[in-house]
Write a protein that binds this ligand. Structure first.
Ligand SMILES: [Mn+2]
Length: 323
């Protein structure tokens, strides 16, 4: 029996579920949670969604987004089955949740990160998939139930997000076939795009302006980086979530292979995000610092100032550039 059928069998055999996903939720993790929630609820399962961090307001348009419980009051709730989405390690769902959301029977991990450490009792991990939403789509398809309008909205949002709006190399022919099927459910792609990407408060633009002033480029032109300091957040009234996506601005520079963004968080650590265009496996670079991700998009947390953290990351990156 393949793992998809096994997971469907496990869903069939159990009645209570909890769904969680990584901290700082993004389009893929939110879309996958909501589509899976809807699928399980349609099967008359008891299901709750727990997240460590709030979902950004631009995802509130998604059906069932109000079902996400945050902050989490577990109140002793222990589901038969815990399903963890889009997280390569259990602790990625947050310290509190990873310790206290304990299933009675088993944990299922559904993910597409190459760095997935397969912590579940059952692991549906496909590193070739564009997104966790692509995997959840296949799971629902295989169950024989029809994907409806609400699930289509959630799944399309996640796939759109993780493929950079169908621009990255993970935008395979299969991804476009899936997107076509989802659009056939009557979803309005322009409205979804607008909700996710064109509802920025002006403070985000102010933060972007400040961040772009810090852009530096290596002498060979292949590495570009920027810093977002605590001061910039304070001056613009922004928070960590407002920094999302800013790294893509430097990825667009013509000569660049690797883009790096260093963001200072509340714990005085540096949150490093990396993107690459053609050949540098930034997932491997971030793994050297205890992080992970994909070949073209990854991240890690370094217990140093942004300047020092950047120096460390750039030094390693230079080695990968020269391969
Ligand atoms: Mn993802």
């Amino acid at each position: 029996m393949n793992i998809y059928h096994k997971i469907l069998e496990l869903i069939d055999q159990h009645d209570s579920f909890a769904i969680s996903a990584h901290v700082n939720p993004d389009g893929d993790s939110i879309g996958a949670q909501l589509a899976l929630y809807s699928f399980l609820a349609d099967l008359n399962k008891y299901v709750r969604i727990f997240n460590t961090d709030p979902i950004p307001p631009n995802y509130h348009f998604l059906p069932f987004s109000e079902k996400i419980e945050q902050p989490c009051d577990l109140d002793g709730y222990s589901p038969e089955v815990l399903i963890v989405l889009d997280a390569s390690t259990l602790v990625r769902i947050g310290n509190h949740l990873s310790k206290n959301l304990v299933p009675q029977q088993l944990t299922i991990n559904i993910d597409h990160h190459a760095s997935a450490d397969r912590f579940g009792d059952y692991n549906l991990v496909e590193s070739g998939a564009s997104s966790t939403c692509e995997i959840v789509y296949k799971l629902i398809q295989l169950s024989g139930t029809k994907i409806g309008y609400k699930q289509a909205m959630a799944l399309y949002t996640g796939i759109m997000f993780d493929t950079g709006c169908f621009r990255y190399s993970n935008s395979t022919s299969q991804v476009h076939h899936i997107a076509a099927n989802l659009i056939d459910q009557g979803i309005e792609v322009d409205k979804i795009y607008r909700a996710v990407y064109e509802t920025n408060p002006v403070r985000r633009l102010r933060l972007l302006t400040k961040a772009l002033e810090t852009v530096e480029i290596s002498p060979d032109g292949k590495i570009a980086w920027l810093i977002i300091s605590k001061k910039m957040f304070d001056h613009t009234g922004t928070t960590l979530e407002d920094a999302d996506g800013i790294i893509n601005q430097i990825r667009s520079i013509d000569t660049i292979e690797v883009a790096i963004m260093a963001v200072s968080n509340a714990q005085e650590q540096s949150k490093i995000s990396m993107r690459s265009k053609d050949y540098v496996d930034v997932g491997k670079i971030c793994a050297e610092f205890g992080g992970g991700g994909h070949a073209r998009a990854a991240g890690c947390l370094i217990d140093k100032s942004c300047e020092t953290a950047l120096e460390m990351v750039i030094e390693i990156t230079e080695k990968y550039i020269d391969i």
